[in-house]
Design a protein around this ligand. Structure first.
Ligand SMILES: [Zn+2]
Ligand SMILES: [Zn+2]
Length: 141
């Protein structure tokens, strides 16, 4: 592999990893916030039982719904990042999972491919025998 190409691949991989850890920390912040909302909700409910009143948790409910929506969006972004794969035919980095490689026409569907190095794996394999990366396991899609 040419030197420059190696560097470029290293940089884009680092960028993906950076993006992944950013998304993961965004998720952690929201999960903590959601837990806080549930705690406040529980306290409100406790107080209302104690005082014989009806708890009003609509604002908290809406807040939690918002957080859930944001979490869903973040999870989707992570999935999109993890869909990045290397074509086994031409080694192009593909972000869209399609049946064939748009650059060299290699068949991508119905094959268990390593998204990291593009190795064609045993259909049952969960991990790449070449680089140890988690396999895509396309047969399940
Ligand atoms: Zn290709
Ligand atoms: Zn691999």
């Amino acid at each position: 592999m040419p030197f420059l190409e190696t560097i470029e691949k290293g940089i884009s991989k680092a960028r993906d990893l950076g993006e992944l850890s950013r998304l993961n920390s965004e998720i952690a912040i929201r999960e903590t916030h959601r837990k806080e909302c549930f705690t406040v909700m529980g306290e409100k409910y406790y107080d209302s039982l104690k005082n014989g009143t009806v708890p009003d948790c609509r604002i908290l409910y809406r807040e939690i719904e918002n957080i859930e929506g944001e979490l869903e969006g973040l999870q989707r972004q992570i999935q999109r990042l993890q869909k990045v794969m290397i074509c086994p035919g031409c080694r192009a980095k593909l972000t869209i999972v399609s049946a064939f490689c748009p650059f060299c026409g290699a068949e991508l569907a119905k094959r268990n491919l390593c998204p990291n190095c593009g190795a064609v794996l045993d259909p049952e394999a969960n991990y790449c025998v070449n680089c140890g990366n988690r396999a895509i396991g396309r047969k399940e899609e």
